[in-house]
Ligand binder design. Sequence first.
Ligand code: PXG
Length: 460
Amino acid sequence: MSTSANTLHNATAAWREADRKHHLHPFTDAAGLAKEGGPRIIVKAEGNFLTDSEGQQILDGMAGLWCVNVGYGRKELAEAAYNQMLELPYYNTFFKTATPPAIELAEKLAQITPEGLEHVFYGSSGSESNDTVVRMVRHFWNLKGKREKKVIISREYAYHGSTCASASLGGMTAMHEQADLPIPGIEHVMPPYWYDFGKGMDKDLFGRMAAKAVEDKILELGADKVAAFIAEPIMGAGGVIVPPESYWPEIQRICKKHDVLLVADEVICGFGRTGEWFASQTLDIKPDLMTMAKGITSGYLPLSGLMVGNRVAEALSEGGEFFHGYTYSGHPVACAVALKNIEIIEREGLVDKVREETGPYLQEGLRSLSDHPLVGEARGLGLFGAVELVKDKETHERHEKNLATLTCRKHCIESGLMLRQVRDSMICSPPLTFEKVHVDELVSKLRGALDATAKELGAA
Ligand code: PXG
């Protein structure tokens, strides 16, 4: 080992040791991580590539955690933060005050989000904004004199965050079990997950069936008890589940019929990933409320927002004080970075690029993996993709304990490709700055990892 490699190696060992002693990681089995020797330490990133503390370059197929839409190393974003920090690092928006970045961003968001959403309520994370959803829809129906209309319907496998309310909205049972969730007034129905739940069924018929599950729940509870339905237009952390085309029109018809507010969680889908600014535009969804985070600043700083449709905004504006807010609602530095981030996305035509060039190219590339013996389904939209691994392509039987995807993920990273594994699917959501060559690299490395996985499982 050369001297510099040795130094890197020693630094890594020291970090890992300190990490093990003092750092509790989210969604992590601490003992398992320690047994593996500790975390991979990411020290730098540029463009679409990460560098770890041992000097390995890794293509980031996940845009960080579904968020670094404009890629890494953007000096303009650093300068926007620096300049705003010097000008005004913080001021609140609570007591009849505001700051220019918070106002200017609100105006910009009203322009790029779907029609009818003209107001924003800021937070610092997707979880916070989804908590705000719970608070706001309940307050809305109180203001309307319908105090019984309080239940929010969500879906199994949904991910809406990790605070008590947002984890309750989510449909991850493992999260519920550890914290006695969901909180009262949240109900879950089946997701539009055709590959798993609709085997052998016509896709559109299945889509209507999954939408009917929402209507059945409304009828079971009574429409006078149901406040809202919340859903990711395309489910992300639940496994990149793209609903059949029949699903969203039916959901919208049902929500309208029963006067149930429709909430789109665009925390992952938003800011260009599906080839429009928001997936609601791609899928022709007209939400009453819409949450967003992540890509709003490309992850450079924490920021989130709840876009509020005119019906709810009017009721709120006449409804007296809404007793809700966060210290960092409308943080000026985060808002300044968001404005610059949106400017970059516009200037570089990244949304059009995803729709016309790299999105279809990625989808084609992922579908080309369908011939692999491990691949049951390749699916996705825009720069959103999943490859679901099975033991048996006919019966869709999966490998035990997610063995195939866990093995595949290990091989991906070893070969220099960062991907996520969700149950039996390999997931990707790369930066919007991916060029076709990056897609080629992703697809060929994934194929290599699938081959290595098949070999390893075969040998087991
Ligand atoms: N809604 C959706 C659709 C999300 O994907 C949140 C809300 C919560 O956002 P915050 O900023 O509070 O984390 C998310 C977050 C994963 C993973 O394992 C996904 C998320 C977060 C952490 C891990 O894919 N999504």
